[in-house]
Design a protein around this ligand. Structure first.
Ligand SMILES: [Zn+2]
Ligand SMILES: [Zn+2]
Length: 1011
């Protein structure tokens, strides 16, 4: 069915028509498609996001909004490079450069769309309507040009700078990462060494510092007269989880306001050591059995000299310095400082004039050719360094620690904090604006606003923009070889104007190549002429963060400002009304969109955003290839259809929750609501065909209470769904629709059955047909954004077959609008009450073990303050539903007494009204029960014999005793219910369908024959 609908949409170009019919409308609804990378197969989590992205534009389109939806593909960056490296068997940047940047990037370009067909097929199959014929592609020349324009704009505002700082650095990819990329790769269970190391104080002192320091020295046992230590030399006790950084130690930091202690403790070689550490850390680190010799205020330690484990030629004196980041909840209160490998270390180093010396290469291997760990990767060098410290008696304790540590989000290498020059966007300059803009955004779930996203903005750091890589938008900054002047280029025309053509010709470089493809290496060959000194300028080697590309999509997708300027300047395609991705994008795409739009226009870039929770497997485990629990979306769609999967994803749990994906629940959706809806629809079609019901006959006024009720419910539902979708709450909308389907099938249709069965086409019957038809068509429209396939099928069969002038697809119709004048809340409540008492009454029967077919004398219900007409309605419903002769309404059913009487069963709900039924059976009631039982058996036999619902039959029976009496007494009733023109106490006529039954211990032979 769904595939037929897909073909129909495609042949008739329904998507294009649905967007096109509102083109030019003042009411616009803009969705920004967060661009996926098409170099991997799309998975279930992509389906989740795409289903949510699809829902709202469909809804808004039906409401008359113009809602264009442009597809996009993210093409640049490490993910692509990494794939190609694997393919080519390259493992380092040197190897890539030997292979050639031009050839490497050509491979990257090719690999980008490897899974494009799979993406398009899946997008199509799940019914995500998106303009995939005109996508934006981040590697396009026009797209890159817009990115350059943005960079130039920020450059002119002074928001781009090159900083020498410690940045998160991936040693495998050999590039900086931005803080939002780092945020993607934290692991909570990273295991590292945890070691306590001795830094011995110097044994001679040329300088004893000021009064304060001399005071501290005295307490530590320095004998100034003899110029030596009175007892053994004290050591600073230092804790680290990165032993390799000890090779670059340049200072040790303490908290000046804290108290430190000098203690005697057993050292590494069983000799007693004198150790210095913060007093609050003493118990945790050394236990309670050590002897405290002295207490020293932190500030008296500052300025003391010590010997680092690995002295560097660049540093003469190693000193204790004060710092405000030394904490007392871990370590020893003494922090070893390696300015090259920590952000705090770097800052502190700068303020004390320490050099930044690297003992580690950019690829994470150690320099220090004289050491055994030379050339080893830092983490592999750790054990060797610990071994060395141990041999020298400097390692007090060594263990392992499990803590949170960042890893490269693409290649999984542990990140290093590494001091180097990197280009930054000064987002911190706009921090207040970023926070202000966030106030205008509607986050779903709401707690993201001040939580995850707000926190991220409050702790904003400048955006590390540059990547020392190959496949990306080149950073359009040139530097003069003569005078060091910098120029940013904001477009290809500007590039042409500024190019140093003579110099380029001399070198045999082509400007045309770069204009055609502004990627590396072509752009690297473009030289500019320095406006200051006329010397040639070269481009800096970096490319930019691919997250910049995706954050630039609002402008770059329309090639702003080179084309379509009015779309942005007049707010026609900016900001977005709605975006939706997984919650990890709060620090990724959501952030880069927000940051760029704030820096450029001082305003946010999207109004509403849904952050989707992660998808786990049914047991709550992460899906991974290794576990073998990855669910292939195709298999789910094949088994249950796209609509069932969509419905499940949209309504199973609030969008932000972590969800456990359970195929069984998708199967359940097939049953309920879809099968229930389908059965109701089939019921209508079957009877409408039998009666040749003509829709064009005018609908009679709603005289039936039942019709008035379901129409009231329908309008209430319409209002509810509209309100839920307007507040981006598809879960609630979906649940309301499910409830309505249940009411329609299990109350309205069931209780209207007789109206459809009866012979003549009177007004009441016509009213029932019109009402049910109205419900089904409206329901289909309400469901269309959720379950576009089923909705289309219903619409085509119910509407288009009747009225060829109707819009050719349900998705071209208008979303229903609630008529509040038709909503009767009191009636709704009365029916709800009837439903409640019916279900409680049925439970009471079940408890007494009496079938519903057995009539009972009386039901007693609790009800108060109901108006008479509603009460009448209530009583009629309950009488029929519970198959009782009488319903008695009382103010209250006493629990005591009644419950102990075995002829009465009371059922109580949690705080709600109570229902009771009398279960005592009189001979009359028993007879009637048997009559109903016989009708029931005959109905089943009609079905088994393959008769049509409307077929008239002859019924034959052979029975004795009680059953025979019942058949005679209730003959008219049995005939009417089973459409039996004849009810004969004869042996079956030839060709009749025959069965033998036992009812209440008596045997009866029944037979039916079509007339
Ligand atoms: Zn990496
Ligand atoms: Zn110059």
């Amino acid at each position: 069915m769904e595939e037929k609908v897909l073909r129909f949409w495609k042949e008739r170009r329904i998507f294009e028509k649905s967007v096109g019919q509102h083109q030019g409308s003042e009411r616009r609804f803009i969705l920004y498609e967060g661009p996926p990378t098409a170099n991997g197969n799309p998975g279930l989590h992509h389906v989740l996001a795409r289903v949510f992205k699809d829902l709202f534009p469909r809804y808004k389109t039906m409401q008359g909004f113009y809602a264009p939806r442009k597809a996009g593909w993210d093409c640049h960056g490490l993910p692509v490079e990494l794939e190609v490296e694997k393919e080519l068997g390259l493992s380092s940047k040197t190897q890539i450069e030997e292979y050639g940047i031009e050839a490497f990037n050509a491979r990257c370009r090719k690999s980008v769309f490897r899974y494009l067909k799979e993406w398009e097929a899946l997008t199509d199959r799940i019914g995500y309507w998106l303009d995939m014929e005109h996508p934006y592609i981040t590697l396009d020349r026009d797209y890159i040009e817009s990115c350059w324009w943005i960079i130039k704009n920020l450059w002119e505002k002074g928001l781009i700078y090159q900083g020498h700082r410690v940045t998160p650095h991936c040693p495998r990819c050999v590039t900086s990462l931005s803080s939002h990329e780092v945020a993607l790769g934290y692991r909570e269970d990273a295991e590292d060494p945890s070691i306590y190391v001795l830094f011995r104080l110097r044994s001679y002192l040329q300088y004893e510092g000021d009064e304060r320091t001399r005071e501290g020295l005295k307490k530590l046992g320095w004998n100034r007269q003899k110029a030596r230590w009175d007892a053994s030399r004290p050591s600073l006790l230092v804790w680290t989880t990165t032993p390799w950084t000890l090779t670059a130690n340049m200072a040790s930091a303490i908290a000046p306001e804290q108290t430190y202690v000098l203690v005697e403790a057993p050292g590494p070689e069983a000799v007693v050591e004198r150790l210095i550490l913060a007093k609050p850390r003493l118990d945790a680190v050394l236990g309670t059995s050590v002897r405290v010799i002295a207490e020293i205020p932190g500030k008296e330690l500052t300025g003391l000299y010590y010997e680092p484990p690995y002295p560097l030629t660049e540093v003469k004196d190693y000193r204790i310095v004060p710092a405000d980041f030394v904490v007392m909840d871990e370590g020893t209160g003494i922090v070893h400082i390696a300015p090259a490998y920590g952000a705090d270390d770097f800052e502190l180093g700068q303020s004390f004039g320490l050099p930044v010396t690297h003992t580690v290469n950019l690829d994470g291997t150690l320099k220090q050719s004289e050491k055994p760990w030379a050339g080893r990767f830092v983490k592999d060098a750790d054990p060797l360094i610990m071994e060395d410290l141990k041999e020298r008696g400097l390692l007090l304790k060594a263990g392992r620690i499990t803590h949170t540590y960042p890893f490269c989000w693409r290649c999984n290498a542990p990140l290093l904090y590494y001091a180097k020059k990197t280009w930054y966007i000064r987002t911190t300059a706009m921090k207040d604006k970023l926070l202000e803009g966030n106030q205008e955004i509607n986050w779903v779930p709401g707690y993201i606003k001040e939580g995850r996203f707000g926190d991220w903005l409050r702790n904003n750091v400048d955006w590390a923009l540059s990547r020392e890589r190959y496949w990306g938008t080149p950073l359009p900054i040139w530097v003069c070889q003569g005078c060091g002047h910098y120029e940013a280029v904001g477009g290809l025309e500007e590039l042409k104007e500024k190019a140093h053509r003579e110099k380029m010709e001399e070198s045999g470089y082509s400007l045309e190549d770069a204009l055609k493809d502004p990627h590396r290496p072509f752009i690297d060959r473009v030289l500019l002429k320095c406006p200051e000194c006329q010397n040639p300028m070269r481009r800096v080697p970096e490319v930019i963060d691919c997250w910049f590309d995706s954050g630039a999509m609002p402008l770059a997708q329309v090639h702003y400002p080179f084309k379509n300027a009015e779309l942005i300047d007049k707010d026609l395609y900016f900001p977005a009304d709605y975006i939706c991705e997984a919650v990890d994008q709060t620090r990724g795409w959501f952030y880069t969109l927000h940051a760029l739009s704030t820096l450029l226009f001082q305003r946010p870039c999207f109004k509403n955003v849904i952050c989707l929770g992660l998808i786990l497997d049914a047991k709550g485990e992460k899906m991974s290839k290794a576990r073998g629990n990855v669910v292939d979306p195709w298999s789910v769609i094949k088994a249950y259809g796209a609509d069932a999967l969509r419905w499940y994803m949209l309504t199973a749990c609030p969008p932000g929750n972590v969800r456990r994906f359970d195929q069984e629940q998708v199967k359940e959706v097939m049953r309920q609501p879809f099968m229930t809806l389908w059965n109701t629809y089939s019921f209508f079609v079957t009877y409408a065909n039998i009666d040749r019901f003509d829709l064009r006959t005018p609908a009679p006024p709603l005289t039936s209470e039942l019709d008035r009720w379901i129409i009231s419910e329908l309008n209430g539902l319409t209002a509810q769904v509209t309100q839920n979708l307007d507040s981006y709450d598809p879960v609630e909308a979906g649940r309301e629709i499910e409830k309505f389907i249940e009411s329609l099938s299990n109350w309205y249709v069931r209780r209207s059955r007789r109206r459809f069965w009866k012979g003549e086409n009177d007004q009441d019957k016509r009213s029932a047909y019109h009402t049910l038809y109205n419900c089904l068509v409206t329901l289909a429209k309400l469901m269309a954004p959720f379950a576009p396939f089923v909705a289309e099928e219903l619409y085509q069969n119910l509407v288009r077959t009747q009225d060829p002038t109707a819009p050719e697809s349900i998705h071209l119709t208008s979303f229903p609008v609630a008529d509040h004048s038709l909503i009767d809340r009191k009636l709704g409540e009365a029916v709800q009450l009837a439903q409640l008492h019916s279900s409680q009454g049925r439970a009471a029967r079940a408890k007494a073990g009496i079938k519903v077919r057995q009539p009972l004398r009386r039901a007693i219900i609790e009800a108060e303050d109901i108006e008479w007409p509603l009460l009448e309605r209530l009583v009629t419903d309950i009488k029929e539903e519970l198959n009782v002769k009488e319903v008695v309404v009382v103010q209250s059913i006493p629990l005591e007494g009644w419950a102990s009487d075995p002829s009465i069963v009371v059922i109580i709900t949690e705080g709600g009204p109570r229902t009771a039924v009398e279960v005592e059976l009189t001979p009359e009631l028993l007879k009637e029960g048997r009559a109903r039982e016989i009708v029931h058996r005959l109905q089943s036999m009609r079905k088994a014999a393959g008769f049509d619902i409307a077929d008239h039959i002859a019924t034959y029976y052979q029975a004795e005793g009680e059953l025979e009496k019942v058949l005679r007494e209730f003959a008219p009733y049995i005939q009417q219910e089973t459409l039996s023109r004849e009810l004969l106490a004869w042996p079956p006529a030839p060709g009749a369908y025959q069965e033998t039954h036992r009812i209440d211990g008596e045997e009866i032979v029944l037979a039916v024959k079509k007339l």
